[in-house]
Design a protein around this ligand. Structure first.
Ligand SMILES: Cc1cc2nc3c(=O)[nH]c(=O)nc-3n(C[C@H](O)[C@H](O)[C@H](O)COP(=O)(O)OP(=O)(O)OC[C@H]3O[C@@H](n4cnc5c(N)ncnc54)[C@H](O)[C@@H]3O)c2cc1C
Length: 344
């Protein structure tokens, strides 16, 4: 019989992030698909009761927690110790956590301490013949594998955005406190502050419905024989401001920016989509002035509806990579789109 444990960390405001709720949903769904299994939640954070109450009706029979000021911020030593202690207290055989930076940092180490195994970047959990299986993509999202393991405990880190977030009635959870002895040696790393761009300067928005991708074409000579950089910058920023879309880029464009040339200053390599970039999960995507070559478009694997604007009717998007290709001047199209958005 499996004992499923969902590990979540509590945000500094006492809530659970969407990615944590996705992990709760994956664990709750797995528990339902494995008759006879036990289901527990483990919380880590400074104060955990409100977060436990928020998921009190998720189906977990037990709630374990390691709490206190030592566990407020992410830190390998304390997070790993807390996770290990909860896994042992729960006798967990299947441990599910969100693959965000906090659990990704400690997941493999915790599995090693428990003599278990860890799998990261899991995009789905299913059951076949009574055995849990995970889906995972390899070779930059080109090959999907479905695998299972005999080894227990098995720690499964799910990719944020790959499952629906759990939602349900709040309640009053009975939380069992798990004690972890922390020494000064565990406190050597401290979080001294958080540097984040201002809300409007943050162009990477995983929760946005639309992904807007800018390609190197925005910086190339246009019909008038000149590049139209300032105009490109204004058009893109105007669109992002009005649509609240997330900004992605091709590698060529961010590479030019990185080389210090005067091009779209708000782009960094963090915006890059593709084989050596990211693989976002927005519902819709619009590529502009981007050729749609395989190393780029492979990063669109999980975008449900893909559109592109390119002057070239033979660009990569035309070869089965986009649902709709507008063969048009992206400068003209985006100016029109922005004007329409402004009238809303
Ligand atoms: C190992 C490896 C890994 C790579 N990883 C990545 C990766 O992770 N991500 C990535 O993006 N690339 C990656 N690449 C690079 C990739 O192969 C392409 O070189 C890159 O994606 C091209 O970027 P682009 O389409 O923006 O530029 P270009 O190929 O220069 O295309 C510009 C496009 O803009 C169009 N255009 C110009 N003006 C206009 C206009 N006014 N209106 C409409 N369209 C216009 C042109 O027709 C053209 O199609 C990788 C390459 C290798 C070898």
């Amino acid at each position: 019989m499996e004992t499923i444990l969902c590990l979540v960390h509590v945000e500094t405001d006492g809530t659970l992030a969407k990615a944590s709720l996705e992990a709760v949903n994956s664990a709750a769904t797995l528990a339902k698909s494995l008759p006879g299994s036990a289901f527990a939640v483990g919380l880590i954070g400074e104060l955990v009761q409100a977060a436990a109450n928020a998921i009190a009706t998720c189906g977990a029979a037990k709630f374990y927690a390691v709490s206190g000021a030592d566990f407020a911020s992410p830190r390998y030593a304390t997070d790993a110790a807390a996770a290990e202690a909860i896994c042992r207290a729960a006798n967990a055989t299947l441990i599910i956590a969100s693959g965000g930076s906090r659990w990704a940092r400690v997941g493999a180490g915790v599995a090693q301490r428990l003599k278990g195994r860890a799998d990261t970047h899991v995009t789905a959990i299913s059951v076949e013949n009574g055995a849990p299986r995970i889906s995972r993509w390899y070779y930059r999202q080109r090959i999907e594998t479905i695998l299972s393991r005999a080894q227990r405990p098995w720690l499964i880190l799910t990719d944020p955005g790959s499952a629906a977030a759990w939602s349900g009635a709040t309640g009053t959870a009975t939380v069992e406190s798990v004690k972890v002895a922390i020494t000064d040696a565990n406190r050597r790393t401290t979080v001294t502050g958080i540097r984040a761009p201002a809300a409007d300067a943050q162009t990477i928005r995983p929760e946005a419905e639309v992904l807007f991708v800018a390609g190197a074409g925005w910086t190339k000579k246009q019909a008038n024989g000149q590049p139209r950089l300032k105009e490109a910058e204004t058009l893109i920023l105007d669109f992002l401001k009005q649509s609240r879309a997330s900004l992605g880029s091709s590698k060529s464009l961010v590479d030019i920016s990185g080389e210090g040339q005067a091009v779209l200053s708000f782009l960094t390599h963090l915006n890059q989509i593709g084989q050596t970039g990211s693989t976002p999960r927005h519902a819709k995507g619009l590529a502009t002035c981007c050729h749609g070559e395989e190393p780029h478009s492979v990063g669109w694997r999980f975008i449900n509806e893909r559109r592109a604007i390119n002057l070239d009717a033979n660009c990569g998007w035309a070869r089965g990579k986009a649902d709709i290709l507008y063969v048009a001047d992206a400068f003209a199209v985006m100016a029109k789109v922005n004007a329409l958005l402004a009238t809303r």
